[in-house]
Design a protein around this ligand. Sequence first.
Ligand code: G16
Length: 545
Amino acid sequence: MNINTIATTPCPGQKPGTSGLRKKVNVFQQAHYLENFVQSIFNVATELKGGLLILGGDGRYYNTRAIQIILKMAAAYGVKRVMVGEHGLLSTPAVSCLIRKHQAAGGIILSASHNPGGIDGDFGIKFNINNGGPAPTSFTDAVYEISKNISEYQIADAEDIALDGQQTSHIGDMQIDVIDSVSDYAELMAQLFDFEKIKALFSSGQLSMCFDAMHAVTGPYAREIFEHRLSANVDAVINGIPLEDFGGGHPDPNLAHASELVAQLNAGPAAPGFGAASDGDGDRNMILGRNFFVNPSDSLAIMTANAHLLPGYKLGIRGVARSLPTSRAVDKVAEAMGIDCYETPTGWKYFGNLLDDKRITLCGEESFGSGSDHIREKDGIWAVLFWLNLIAVKQQSVEEITRSHWQQYGRHYYTRHDYEAIDNEVAEALMQNLRTQAASLKAKEYDGYKILLCDDFSYTDPVDHSVTEHQGIRILFEDESRIVFRLSGTGTEGATLRVYIERYVTDIASHDMPTQTALAELINIADNIAEIKTRCQREQPDVIT
Ligand code: G16
């Protein structure tokens, strides 16, 4: 094998965000851009030398091109073996599953998650470590430092590898196995959930479902698991073929972007009883009942309260964790169950230590993510199966399960307002203004809401004691309402301000208000305190979830 050493210069801006490096496709297509970053990863992940690498992506534009480049660089670096998904496809949870099952040294996932794809869309790359989870900040910081000074990279002089069909080939001494993207993952799911019970739900005609794969990576997983293994209705999976541009759609499973699914579930008495969607790389989920939306924060709370009813969790759960902006619905359940509930910064990587140290079994985020100790990533199909299994055990609809949960624990009305593509300096100044005000806000009252606490969230990891600061401004009111402000770490254009608002209501008679109405006063208070409209020159948020 001939190895070429290529001289390069650093490409600015290769600092990974909340989840890997995400940029426009044309940025990744610049000379040496991808290669610089991959070489920087290899230089930090030295355990890959002589080890196994899992490689795949969500099928977006540039996926297969990037895989060919990475394979040749991996061979040059001395990776022993690479398992790559057929057609270059692997969901993020499947990569995590494969790393753990095959004791790989790590995995590279090519995805910009829920961001749009296609030639004018976004591309991304992230590295997962040998526990199957996202690389911690110490790792990504080290990669960034190398990327700032890189002067050369190595790449094997080899032909492209065929990614169609399961087969084994070599570049030099490195073995490449093109594997079935689905089977290992599907087997893990069958161990956690009662497939027979779920199957009976469908075969008895009691339930039909609609899963929107959004032309992203989960199509093949959903077809195999829901249609083949669980015998769901034949039309259970829509938009099931992965496309490089996601069919022109935005693969973000929320009420705005999964509109085809929402229309089906809202189509009256003949609508399916269960609906769900996942994102570009298959780690997010949205759960719907007939004409009913389950807020992701509520979903985590409901899972926590009921996990013991499902085979994979029948021994009970150790503890739970949620990210800062996720509503405190799960805190109420944890309190009642007498288990620990951790509050972490945004980003799945912060759950890894808690899972590895066996402090928690379940974790989740408001950003349509939930997961458990079965892997080290959030997991969209897993969440769908969790809900299907719960419906089969409880013999109740999605709405009935959710409403009875609210009756028992109270309801956390919750919304997130996103202001997108704001000028970076304006966004930073807005956050700085909040930081400056934080200490003086305590005990102030707005429209009858009195502030109990206001701070810039900082997290000390209880396992490795690392400290992560400036993770968002949180304002807690005396009636348990909360407002959180933070800037997104996944966008690719300007800054995105996220404002998260919640209000806790125990009175059952008040559980039927439209969410934006229930939160109207707090929405105004958020604007008063942060001066969003004047500073950002916006009348309305761009997206409300
Ligand atoms: C990523 C992370 C999640 C995080 C989300 C939101 O999700 O993996 O842990 O909650 O970003 O990030 P932000 O609010 O910074 O945009 P994904 O699905 O995009 O990988």
